[in-house]
Design a protein around this ligand. Sequence first.
Ligand code: DGJ
Length: 532
Amino acid sequence: MNYLFRFCCLMFICGASVCAAAAEMPRLVQEHGRYSLYVDGQPFFILGGQIHNSSAWPGVLPQVWPALEFIHANTVEAPIYWEQLEAQPGQFDFANVDAVVAQAREHKLRVVLLWFGTWKNARCHYVPEWIKTDTAKYPRLIDASGRLTDSLSPFGVETLEADKRAFAALMRHLKEIDGERHTVLMVQVENEPGSLDSVRDFSPAAQKSYFSDVPAALTRRLNLPAGTWDQVFGSTAGERFQAYAVARYIDQVAAAGKREYVLPMYLNAWVRTPDDSEPDPPRSYPSGGGVDTVLDLWKAVAPSIDLIAPDIYLSGDTTYRRVISAYHRPDNALFVPENGNQPEFARYPFSVLGEGGIGFTVWGLDHVNDRTDIEPASASSYPELVPFERTFRLLASMDREIARLTFEGKLKTAMEGEDVSTHTLRFGKWKAIATFGRHNDGVRSASSQPTGELLVAEIGPDEFLATGFDARIEFNLTHPNLKERWQFMRVEEGVYEDGHWKVQRLLNGDECDFGVDFGGAGRILHMKLGTY
Ligand code: DGJ
């Protein structure tokens, strides 16, 4: 009886803590300068797929799930269209958002919702018709020659109120349908905002503001002298002014949403090409969006936006690294909500993890635009996604573990470069030496694309988790000496199942004598090191 009572108490306590964790809101946590997205009370790494712009309709959605299933995504990013949500002013139709959430649950996926409101790729194509047609009430951005543009003015008072109202209605509804379950993890507020047609708004309201002093709160925060926009920012004043106006607008939309339901909210940025050094107007991105050169300003003006996230379609490992390190800052968690779906991008989840990021999403992975049949989840249906499938498959099986390890600062990654490729990853007493190339001789033939990638994490004293492709790993002491040499004590190959490590075999002999090779199919290892 005594035992039964104790058992029941224990079950009650365990049950209560599981419920408490499940009831915990998704939230961004920052510790020791690192960020994590907590989902159900634990670190989570988004391995996502973003569906095409016009795929988030109830009758079309069934065609997107096989692609997500094929790559082993744990999260879908799906748009919510203002033109659908509020086709008539004040009348909200939640059919699309309900379908996204319900169908994602059926497919055991989490959701990031994308609010296609005032801005979508710097244009206003997703606003309802009643906004598109009433340019007096909902003014357009006006360029320097007085022409109306395909973008709304960030000074439109009624536009801002309408967007806030619609976004708040969406968040209120989300709380009703998902406040307990937390299928939806984050919300992107607008999509790649800014202006493509003009460096800034020249509408009467904008002109009045432009020829006034820069708000004192902003100059103080940026540690700049007081003055007009031209005086304070010189040749970049137009872009800074536009960024200020867009950031202030979007901050208010996000704040209105958070008053209803507090989910992490982010802004996605159409990034600057490295050679676009702030000309006026910018050539490679919308003026006023969250590009790296105006991140300080965005951070100062938009506190309701939890993070600013780069959409990366630019090619080249160096460029990729440069972009992610620009967006990973003490005041900004790194999340890459859109990545090109070309094969070269399939290695970059490793880069994002190594940089301490919270997620990586491949863009435009469904075939809704070119196929009408519902495809089975197979490589022949999605040949272009095969490289992503390979990477996601390994990482998805241990997404919680890698999220925790990267948050704790114990995880490092290395990628094969464009020439000879050997990398050293340092972990205190130990260093891991990665050699890339299918033949593991450290030299790749000039014709082949680099494919090698390696992730190593310290999971205990002298113990490491390692995974990767087309790479070989060896270790050594950080300070080798004549009296002490390194050795593998034990090398386990296995899998993660529901967060538990299951050993399938021990590797030794040919499989370990010259380091361990990960091969093209990849493997997951736990390794214990020692010395003799
Ligand atoms: C970036 C946008 O954010 C997406 O919605 C989509 O339009 C892609 N570009 C297309 O390349």
